[in-house]
Design a protein around this ligand. Structure first.
Ligand SMILES: NC(=O)c1ccc[n+]([C@@H]2O[C@H](COP(=O)([O-])OP(=O)(O)OC[C@H]3O[C@@H](n4cnc5c(N)ncnc54)[C@H](OP(=O)(O)O)[C@@H]3O)[C@@H](O)[C@H]2O)c1
Length: 175
């Protein structure tokens, strides 16, 4: 597996990302951004892969899953877990091993437990972070971004109702 692997996440000022197995906010432009980044490919023959924990999969409304035009992989330790429209995997490495030549980029799309496993992994190329400039009530948090991801490209700012947020791309320093 030698594909680029990115985390994509939206986090508030305190790294909050979830509450009661749901998103703490409903930000339309962030959903548009998520869809665009995780779907678009340079090569029209290829697709991207999205890898997520079982809780995050279940939090997606049934009529929106699997996430369209992307190969969906759901992590679960339960071999009997039934899933429609997505592949199942018992580890992140096993999921990444499924990224054959038809896949352009792999995205780790949450939730908290999966981000914590991936953030220090050597395979991680970078992090798309939507930084929400507000605090929400959260019970799930994103880990601190390691210092090695210090190349930051701002990709835009949004003001939506009373929330402002910024799209940032963190990439690993080249050595
Ligand atoms: N703000 C954001 O950008 C964002 C993005 C995504 C999710 N979220 C939020 O994050 C929260 C969910 O996060 P979470 O940490 O509670 O759950 P999660 O990471 O989505 O899912 C946890 C489950 O995934 C499976 N899993 C995780 N790692 C695995 C591994 N290495 N091998 C096999 N199975 C593995 C296990 O399923 P089994 O129990 O079936 O074994 C585990 O119980 C929700 O509130 C959601 O809305 C936020």
């Amino acid at each position: 597996m030698n594909k680029p692997v990115y985390i994509i996440v939206a986090a508030d000022e305190k790294n909050g990302i979830g509450i009661d197995s749901k998103m703490p906010w409903n930000l339309k432009d962030d959903m548009r951004f998520f869809k665009e980044i995780t779907t678009k490919t340079k090569d029209p023959q290829k697709k991207n892969m999205v890898i997520m924990g079982r809780t995050t999969w279940e939090s997606i409304p049934a009529n929106y899953r699997p996430l369209e035009n992307r190969i969906n992989i759901v992590l679960t330790g339960n071999p009997d877990y039934q899933i429609e429209g997505a592949r199942k995997s018992s580890s992140i490495h096993d999921a990444l091993d499924q990224a054959d030549d038809s896949i352009e980029t792999c995205f780790i799309i949450g939730g908290g437990s999966v981000y914590h496993q991936a953030i220090n992994a050597p395979f991680l190329t970078g992090i798309y972070l939507t930084r929400i400039k507000k605090q929400f009530n959260c019970d799930t948090f994103f880990p601190d971004i390691p210092d090695k991801f210090s190349r930051i490209t701002p990709l835009g700012e949004v003001e939506e109702e009373d929330v402002s947020y910024e799209y940032l791309l963190y990439e690993r320093e080249k050595v």
